[in-house]
Design a protein around this ligand. Sequence first.
Ligand SMILES: NC(=O)C1=CN([C@@H]2O[C@H](COP(=O)(O)OP(=O)(O)OC[C@H]3O[C@@H](n4cnc5c(N)ncnc54)[C@H](O)[C@@H]3O)[C@@H](O)[C@H]2O)C=CC1
Ligand SMILES: O=C(O)[C@@H]1CCC=N1
Length: 271
Amino acid sequence: MTIGFVGAGTMAGAIVRGITGAGVVPGGDVLLYDVATDAARRLADDVGATVARSAEEVVRGSDVVVLAVKPQVLPAVLTDLAGAVTERRPVLVSIAAGITLAALEEHLGGADVPVVRVMPNVNAMIGAGMAAVSGNAAASAADVARVVEMFDAVGGTVEIAEKDFATYTAIAGSSPAFVFTFVDALARGAVRGGMPKALATRIAAQAVLGSARMVLERAEAGVSPADLVDMVCSPGGTTIAGIVEMEEAGFSPAVVRGVQAVIDRDRELGG
Ligand SMILES: NC(=O)C1=CN([C@@H]2O[C@H](COP(=O)(O)OP(=O)(O)OC[C@H]3O[C@@H](n4cnc5c(N)ncnc54)[C@H](O)[C@@H]3O)[C@@H](O)[C@H]2O)C=CC1
Ligand SMILES: O=C(O)[C@@H]1CCC=N1
């Protein structure tokens, strides 16, 4: 199986390194194209992949083609590739925020080809990603399974209904940036308390990592995140003082509003 990438930026790099590292395909079976030829060359050199001269060459030489360009340029890229896609019929994978399966099919001129929409996240870079997948009517169960295998190699996958993609993007595609912001804010609080930033960041990140594991592991016993908050808040203690202050500053509503802003922007990008 040859896997091609159109766009060799941040996400393509994370996925290519993950799938070649996990042995889903050897580097020699990866074909890359990017308008920024240096970006494609650097990534190809890292994993032993081949640089194609055009996006069309990627399509013509690949069984699976991952479209890893920004949503704003994807329509034009797809329109240019429609002819080659119709002839070669690879499994097309789009990781672009907002662009629906119906829009992808439309940009391909209504070609009846397998298309799988995926929303990965940046944590794929260290093999700890979380990706949602949803296939169009032309994508067989085997096509979707192939794509799931690729993204499982860089973390986990979940198959969801396409109508939930915008929401998924908020809580798993974009949310790493929210969590990084939270960790940085914790560390800044510690700096204010007199601790060096680098040490504070490491401590805060470890606490967030452990807390995420607590949520996942305790959920199996029916324990909710709110129950866990109560476990930490001693009556009259330190934590409840911090929680009250954060909630008065609008912490939970701010997060809910942030999630809604991602959902709205995702729908805008989809036109
Ligand atoms: N960065 C992230 O955390 C996530 C990004 N995504 C999606 O992944 C896609 C790619 O995002 P990033 O990798 O972050 O962007 P990026 O900017 O790092 O990479 C995009 C690459 O596409 C190349 N490119 C632009 N026009 C091109 C064309 N016509 N043909 C070939 N290559 C072209 C650029 O030179 C660049 O290297 C986006 O659609 C985004 O919505 C999805 C989930 C997470
Ligand atoms: O910010 C974005 O649009 C992309 C999609 C999810 C994460 N990054």
